[in-house]
Design a protein around this ligand. Structure first.
Ligand code: FAD
Length: 126
């Protein structure tokens, strides 16, 4: 059926979500405003409520309880927190641990100067 053709697997959903989180980390500012810190914290915490793989959402809430709230004080902090947290998930599902020293090579880092052209075009707009 159409629904089956469009069905998103747990793996696809996870891969897409980690891509979002790590690319967000890559362009997160070195000196975020209070608003930016709150927004990042809420986005990450909200996955525990709205993430559409419900077993994963429950697992995410447990991981957040265990590791504490996301570290959103700077880009370096957030990238490191995301890497460690992703590794906790990796470990719990038998995936290899990722070297957090390789995060920048894998996901880039714009040092707070905004998203790269490949994501947003040179104008940075729609
Ligand atoms: P992914 O884990 O999706 O990673 C994508 C890419 O990120 C990798 O190819 C690698 O290049 C890079 N990467 C890997 N580790 C790191 C790291 N530590 N830091 C930075 N980059 C890294 N699946 C379950 O089966 N059970 C669950 O409970 C579960 N909970 C999840 C909770 C959340 C919030 C999310 C986002 C996903 C969850 N998943 C869960 C899905 C799971 O984490 C994977 O996304 C999925 O298994 C697909 O794996 P993948 O091999 O494509 O690589």
């Amino acid at each position: 059926s159409v629904e089956q053709q469009n069905a998103v697997t747990r793996e696809e959903l996870g891969h897409a979500t980690w891509t979002l989180l790590h690319t967000m980390g890559a362009q997160y500012p070195d000196r975020p405003t209070r608003q930016q810190r709150r927004a990042a914290t809420q986005l990450i915490a909200s996955l525990g409520d709205v993430y559409p793989c419900h077993a994963c959402a429950k697992h995410w809430r447990e991981v957040l309880r265990e590791l504490g709230p996301p570290k959103v004080g700077s880009g370096v902090e957030l990238r490191s927190w995301l890497c460690r947290t992703h590794n906790v998930v990796n470990q719990s599902i038998g995936k290899p641990r990722f070297d957090c020293g390789a995060v920048e090579r894998r996901w880039g880092s714009q040092g707070g100067s905004g998203a790269p052209a490949a994501l947003c075009g040179s104008e940075g707009g729609a």
